[in-house]
Design a protein around this ligand. Structure first.
Ligand SMILES: NC(=O)c1ccc[n+]([C@@H]2O[C@H](COP(=O)([O-])OP(=O)(O)OC[C@H]3O[C@@H](n4cnc5c(N)ncnc54)[C@H](O)[C@@H]3O)[C@@H](O)[C@H]2O)c1
Length: 397
């Protein structure tokens, strides 16, 4: 008998709304399906597009009542806050430059927020969101999807337990091929168009869109804090307005060093996020395209492949395993794991309990702010001919 180990600990179904994610959009549908896996929250309201007919069309297809479909996110935030049966949280899945104003509108109305990455297009605004959420005692999550994988959580636990010793060197890569040609010139390719447009994407495309995932992943798995970095951002495709390839060297506090590469012109790579972490006693590596396995090399031992669902995982990562080994879990499950933890934490708060420790194992607004800091510092360094720049996070964790 196979049972999902992410049991439904919510005492009541939680209601959520969505901004963005209209028909033809990419990530909104992924969020909805991922939430649906555990069935802990119901889609109750939406402003799925800036076009009301599109919002109505999407809302109808998703079974959302017409009176909970809104022309603008501002109207939605105000109206939902007034209702007794208003939404408990909103998922924001619009292009980057709109995240700040949308998230702020919901926080100001006392509504919890899940926002996709990058959190905002500048660090100050990201910190403002973090402070507002704290002041209003609201739960804020940023969907850095890839930390939702059980194998990633296992790597983190192994490092926390000293299994590879003191970290000396970190390598992270995130190559993709989808922008190897100027596909943004085709008006039907909306995802490419807005990501390469500074007005909608922010100051970086490649680091903002995928490089920030590397930063979050390494920060999560290793706990290392960046001290300084030197970056080179390039536009390999002629005429492109923002970067499509980035090489970043890092110094972490405590002496470890790192090298990250993100690229959208790397033929042959679909979505090839990976990390390799080398310590004094061993190494761990993982690939997003084969996410159920960890490669572990310990000093003096044969190299091992640890399989999610087959081999012993620590309790916390093990609690996210849904299927026996050999039945692949993937992107939807990783997303569902973030949402499952977030919704459980929200339910605990609603029931008067304060979630703590692993009960809050999802990326927060502070993690989101750190990601935005990373993007800004990479751009700053690149503009200074790859000079080393100090990271100087303003908030201590
Ligand atoms: N976590 C991940 O792995 C991941 C993956 C892909 C995208 N993302 C992030 O998700 C966000 C959306 O990316 P996408 O690829 O889905 O984009 P998309 O272009 O496919 O979808 C954006 C949607 O937002 C809607 N929209 C825009 N402005 C709006 C507004 N003011 N009100 C209501 N709706 C509005 C559009 O109509 C569209 O439906 C981006 O910030 C991106 O970085 C995250």
């Amino acid at each position: 008998m196979i049972e999902a180990s992410k049991n439904n600990t919510s005492s009541a179904i939680v209601r959520y709304g969505m901004v963005g994610g209209g028909s033809g959009a990419f990530i909104g549908e992924v969020h909805r399906k991922a939430i649906g896996i555990d069935g802990k929250a119901t889609l109750t309201a939406g402003c799925f597009s800036r076009s009301m007919p599109l919002t109505l069309e999407t809302g109808k297809a998703l079974g959302v009542n017409k009176d909970r479909l809104y022309e603008s996110y501002l109207e939605m935030a105000g109206a939902e806050a007034k209702r007794e049966d208003g939404i408990d949280f909103v998922s924001i899945v619009t292009p980057n430059s709109s995240h700040f104003t949308i998230a702020r509108a919901f926080l100001e109305q006392g509504i919890n927020v899940v926002c996709d990455k990058p959190l905002t297009t500048n660090y100050e605004e990201a910190l403002l969101l973090q402070e507002l959420a704290k002041e209003k005692d609201l739960l804020f999550a940023v969907t850095y999807t890839y930390t939702g994988y059980p194998a990633v959580k296992q790597a983190r636990e192994m490092i926390r337990n000293g299994e590879i010793g003191k970290i000396r060197f970190v390598n992270a890569e995130y190559p993709q091929e989808w922008l190897a040609e100027p596909v943004e010139n085709d008006p039907s390719n909306k995802q490419a168009f807005w990501r390469t447009d500074p007005a909608q994407s922010g100051i970086s495309n490649c680091v903002g869109d995928i490089g920030s995932h590397m930063e979050n992943m390494i920060s999560y798995v290793t706990g290392l804090e960046i001290d300084s970095l030197s970056a080179r951002l390039d536009r390999m495709v002629e005429g492109r307005k923002l970067d499509d390839n980035a090489v970043i060297m890092l110094n972490y506090k405590g002496g470890a060093e790192g090298l990250y590469w993100s690229s959208q012109i790397a033929w042959g790579h679909d979505n090839d996020l990976s990390f390799r972490i080398y310590g004094t006693e061993g190494a761990i590596s993982w690939r997003q395209e084969n996410p159920n396995y960890l490669r572990i090399a310990k000093k003096g031992e044969h190299v091992k492949i640890a399989s999610r669902g087959r081999d012993d995982f620590y309790n916390h990562p093990g609690s996210y395993v849904r299927l026996p080994s050999g039945h692949p879990e993937g992107y939807f499950e990783a997303f569902a794991n973030l949402y499952s933890t977030y919704i459980d934490a929200l339910s605990m708060k609603k029931n008067g309990t304060t979630p703590q420790g692993d009960q809050l194992d999802f990326p927060t607004a502070l993690d989101g702010a750190k990601g935005v800091r990373f993007i800004e510092k990479c751009v700053e360094s690149s503009e200074k001919k790859s000079a080393w720049v100090k990271f100087q996070e303003k908030k201590e964790r």
